[in-house]
Design a binder for this molecule. Sequence first.
Ligand code: AKG
Ligand code: FE2
Length: 352
Amino acid sequence: MTSHGEAHAEVNQRRPVVEKRQPRAPLRLPERRQLETSHDAHSCAREPLTSASAQEGQSVAAVSESCRQLTKGELFLQSEPRPNAPPLPACLRSERRLYFDTAQHQLYQAACALLKRTGDRLGTFPAGSSVTPLEDFQPTVDVFRSFKARQILYRAVAEDASFLEAYEQLVCSVVLPYLKGMLEAHERDCPSVAGHAAFADESIAGGGYHVAVSCRAAGSFSSPKRFFYQFPPSVRVQPGPRDHFGRRHRDAEYGHQEGEINFWMPLTAHVLTRTCLWVESTPGAHDFHPLDIPYGCIAAFHGTLCQHFVPPNSTSYTRVSLDFRVGVDSYFDPSWQFKSAKAQHGRKEMSL
Ligand SMILES: O=C(O)CCC(=O)C(=O)O
Ligand SMILES: [Fe+2]
């Protein structure tokens, strides 16, 4: 179900602001394990998640229950052939924040219109109000958990030209230039690898780059880069107060490959919903921390291998967020297919 090949000729050259994640006290699970063993049937049993999550009233204990046995996806992964691509450079795998202009990229407004357009198939906004805060959307179906309800949402997104246009504008003018800048910074620091598919990712110590630096350095040897971005993106709607949570997983289980970077952004205010994605900083580190970022910020992380989860929403506000993945240049193998995946995300290709 992939849709390739629609290149976008026009790209806004305005560079996004990017910052490296500020260190903060992580939520650490009691045992630190290697990735290879972290999903075995015993290792995920009853790992109590405590402290930081409790501050926000999130029942993360439930989430720890979500990883008690090896999932089908993890089992399939062990038997399927791997993509034919070199590992991503370390600088791309580390977690980052990108900021965008919310006046220019009106995803919040587009999401309100999207949910309104679904009529009452998914839920309703409070009556009689001229403004419609997304946080007040009241789902009438279990749009977070039920497969059927999520299909309705998926189709609504796929059919909403305005929402998709806002999404693609954001991807093409903020996200892809960021990725291109990171690739160029990597090439600048390792000139011998520029233009070559395979090189050692260890060649960059530390792996931290500011995109402003990378963009300045780009000009001289910039060659077009290919990107494969998810289309349509995933929209999540998580009402509260409920004990539904997003189980701990890594996207490799769902057929995503290591050459993809995850982007996650809230459309609702975290100060109201107190609910967001929690991510570990490196595969197997189990140092889960919340992406408690505001609207206007996008978190980039290597979700193919880094585990992540969403605790229950204990507030009366609804969390709405957007997430998508981008396959990066020669690190992504477009011919690879995870045969066991039930459904694969569609994607579009773009060179920049
Ligand atoms: O936001 C969510 O509910 C889940 C997000 C997620 O798993 C992802 O971005 O990969
Ligand atoms: Fe995920």
